[in-house]
Design a protein around this ligand. Structure first.
Ligand code: COA
Ligand code: AMP
Length: 637
């Protein structure tokens, strides 16, 4: 039976231009688009062609003009510094206009790139919005990445200026950002003209004369800048994400399309209204942070929360419930990993009872596959709908989700454990076999999206149309390849089971095992290696390295492994969570020399595996099993 959700989804697929033209009416335009969807050059689709507008105006100024100046725009809650701060829309306007002026005074203009390497502090959002105000393109880099990763992004984005802070604060240590940034600029070929640095009291950074500028001094002398018109298709930002190699992919976000889609999602997916408090407990360095800490809540006139802390340990497993209660959060979004961490420390959810959660209406999960226990635990202990939804850096918002605010919400689309729901209206998701043939319900295949994708998704990769085509468009002509595998059931619910490439998901962070292999292979004693993701009860997956040493290497294996672990930490960053590696005599391969990573992964996960028909020497699998057993590294075993 067709319900009202399905009817809307059907209409959106039949006439996407009309569907999104209606949604575009909720955004303030300088010049309205002349063409809603330009499909003249597939697979390069363009949304809202001919329009102009400004992202910062839509996120801030229009709300001040509409009388929301006194409403909280950002609530900064930082258990790691023991501080809190509420910034109203009017204050955010003032701060952002001044920082935009500071950027301008230092030569940043329309179309220039600015890298933002900052922790979870309001100044990170101010820097992002200030870029949007003057039509500059920001690229935020997550603080858990090491200098070499930052350098790759500097070289690809070629920023005119970098904005940073002296340090980030992890519960166990202060992370000094400036030495990492200095090293990154040292090793990158491209050099920014300036660095603007916010000194934090927890750790002061040394400055390089002439290049480095102090945030407060620049703000004090800045002339506030006004919003400039930006073309619909101009990039709002570039966000680098893991690909199958160590070179990250620069996902481009088109300005107007992301505004229209995110604004729509706040009402129809998350069931929020202007003035509500929305909290995404992520980091500005990830796509969730871009879309749902900064842009979507502000486009829609909500209050957003910037939380500088962890789900546990800052100070306890009740931290999330305290924030929800104290700031009257209506909808909260996090990764299943964070809930698993809480559940581990407070299995019965006893700490929840300490807080008044009467304003709390929905819990949202994404970033990795959600295990049924975690979903049920939330439903049970929090007593609100808990909704797993599926999306990617590339799309910028949910491809599949229960749309709580749309036509019947949960009644039309009850949550099914293990599924992130049905495709959101305008997303045409299909399951294909290797030959590109559509698969019936229940059969696992590649999850693809029929083109055109909904607005907000990437139009290309930064300066790299060829990689865009190779990575996403060429394998299934007419479809976008998500890189995920899964199936649909008879009711059209999607089940996302695994990646089809070398990407793993560690604590909701997307990482490339190919990138880690490049680092392992650079060690002087390593002849060959493989890195794969193995199941982990807390983080979902963690990387495990297999190393074959060069012949003649006589050093102690434990020393080599320690060096390799440190190498990944210093080359990729602590976020890689690379802590497990074993030395093996040889790697299992097919007769054509392809490493049998899937089989090794099954062995490490304690799963049954079929003997690969093309294996060169089956005995190697016994050797691998023995080494993993000896190191106590077989899960479920
Ligand atoms: N800057 C510097 N280092 C960082 C960092 C940052 N912004 N974020 C994480 N790190 C470091 C951590 O300190 C840790 O270092 P360590 O190896 O010295 O301990 C390492 O990177 C791994 O961090 P993490 O994966 O966060 O593991 P953890 O053990 O510190 O914490 C959880 C475990 C579950 C609490 C944590 O992973 C978590 O909150 N996950 C939710 C993830 C999330 O929100 N993802 C966004 C998608 S929605
Ligand atoms: P990222 O680009 O970092 O957001 O990671 C996107 C990838 O995370 C997806 O391609 C999936 O592999 C995985 N992912 C995100 N959300 C979900 C979900 N709800 N269920 C299963 N996998 C998910």
């Amino acid at each position: 039976m067709t319900n009202s959700f399905m009817k809307i989804a059907e209409e959106a697929l039949q006439d996407p231009a009309q569907f999104w033209a209606d949604a575009a009416g909720d955004i303030d335009w300088i010049t309205p688009a002349t063409t809603i969807l330009d499909d003249s050059n597939p697979p390069f689709y363009r949304w809202f062609v001919g329009g102009s507008l400004n992202g910062c105006y839509n996120a801030i100024d229009r709300h001040v003009l509409a009388g929301r100046g006194e409403q909280a725009a950002i609530i900064y809650d930082s258990p790691v510094t023991n501080s809190k701060r509420t910034i109203s829309y009017a204050e955010l306007q003032d701060e952002t206009a001044r920082f935009a002026g500071a950027l301008k005074a230092n030569g940043v203009g329309y179309g220039d790139r600015v890298i933002i390497y900052m922790p979870m502090i309001p100044e990170a959002a101010v820097a992002m919005l200030a870029c949007a105000r003057i039509g500059a393109i920001h690229s935020v880099v997550f603080g858990g990445f090491a200098a070499a990763e930052l350098a790759k992004r500097i070289d690809d984005a070629t920023p005119k200026l970098i904005v940073t802070a002296s340090c980030g604060i992890e519960p166990s240590r202060i992370v000094d950002y400036k030495p990492l940034l200095d090293e990154a600029i040292e090793i990158s070929a491209h050099k920014p003209d300036h660095v603007i640095l916010l000194q934090r009291e927890q750790s002061a950074a040394s400055m390089i004369d002439g290049r480095d500028l102090d945030w407060n001094s620049e703000m004090a002398k800045a002339e506030p800048a006004s919003c400039v018109p930006v073309k619909s298709e101009d990039p709002a930002y570039i966000l680098y994400t893991s690909g199958t190699t160590g070179t990250p992919k620069g996902v481009v976000r088109p300005t107007a399309a992301h505004m229209v889609a995110l604004n729509w999602s706040m009402k129809y997916i998350y069931d929020c209204a202007p003035g509500d408090v929305f909290w995404a407990a992520s980091d500005v360095g990830w796509v969730v942070g871009h879309s749902y800490i900064v842009y979507a809540p502000l486009f829609y006139g909500c209050t957003t929360i910037m939380y500088e802390g962890k789900p546990v340990g800052t100070p306890d497993a009740g931290a999330f419930w305290r924030v929800i209660s104290e700031h009257k959060v209506k909808a909260m979004f996090t990764a299943p990993t964070a809930i698993r961490a809480i559940k581990k420390e407070d299995p019965d959810g006893k700490l929840i009872a300490d807080y008044d959660l009467s304003h709390f209406k929905s819990q949202w999960l994404a970033g990795e596959r959600c295990d049924p226990d975690t979903l049920r635990w939330c439903e049970d202990k929090l007593g609100v709908p808990t909704i797993d939804h599926w999306w990617q850096t590339e799309t910028g918002w949910a491809i599949a989700s229960t749309c709580l605010g749309l036509a019947g919400g949960l009644e039309n689309s009850p949550v099914k454990v293990g599924s992130p729901g049905r495709p959101v209206p305008s997303w045409n998701v299909q399951i294909l076999d290797e030959a590109g043939k559509a698969l019936p319900a229940g059969e696992i295949g590649a999850i693809v999206v029929k083109l055109p994708m909904a607005p907000g998704s990437l139009p290309t990769l930064w300066n790299n149309d060829t990689r865009f085509l190779d990575a996403y468009m060429n394998d299934y002509p007419g479809y976008y390849k998500t890189g995920d595998a899964g199936y649909c059931d008879e009711d059209g619910y999607l089940y996302v089971m695994s990646r089809t490439d070398d990407i793993i998901n560690v604590a909701g962070h997307r990482l490339s095992t190919g990138g880690m292999e490049e680092v392992l292979a650079s060690h002087q004693d390593v002849a060959e290696c493989a890195v794969l993701g193995i199941n982990d009860a807390l983080k979902g997956q963690v990387p495990l390295g297999f190393i074959v040493l060069k012949s003649g290497v006589a050093r102690a294996g434990a020393d080599i492994i320690a060096e390799i672990i440190q190498l990944v930490r210093s080359e990729i960053g602590p976020v890689a969570a690379f802590k497990l590696a074993v030395i093996v005599q040889r790697l299992p391969k097919t007769r054509s020399g392809k490493i049998l990573r899937g089989t090794m992964q099954k062995i490490a996960n304690g799963e049954d595996y079929p003997m690969p028909a093309t294996i060169d020497d089956p005995a190697i699998l016994d050797e691998i099993t023995a080494v993993l057993e000896a190191n106590n590294l077989i899960a479920n075993g």
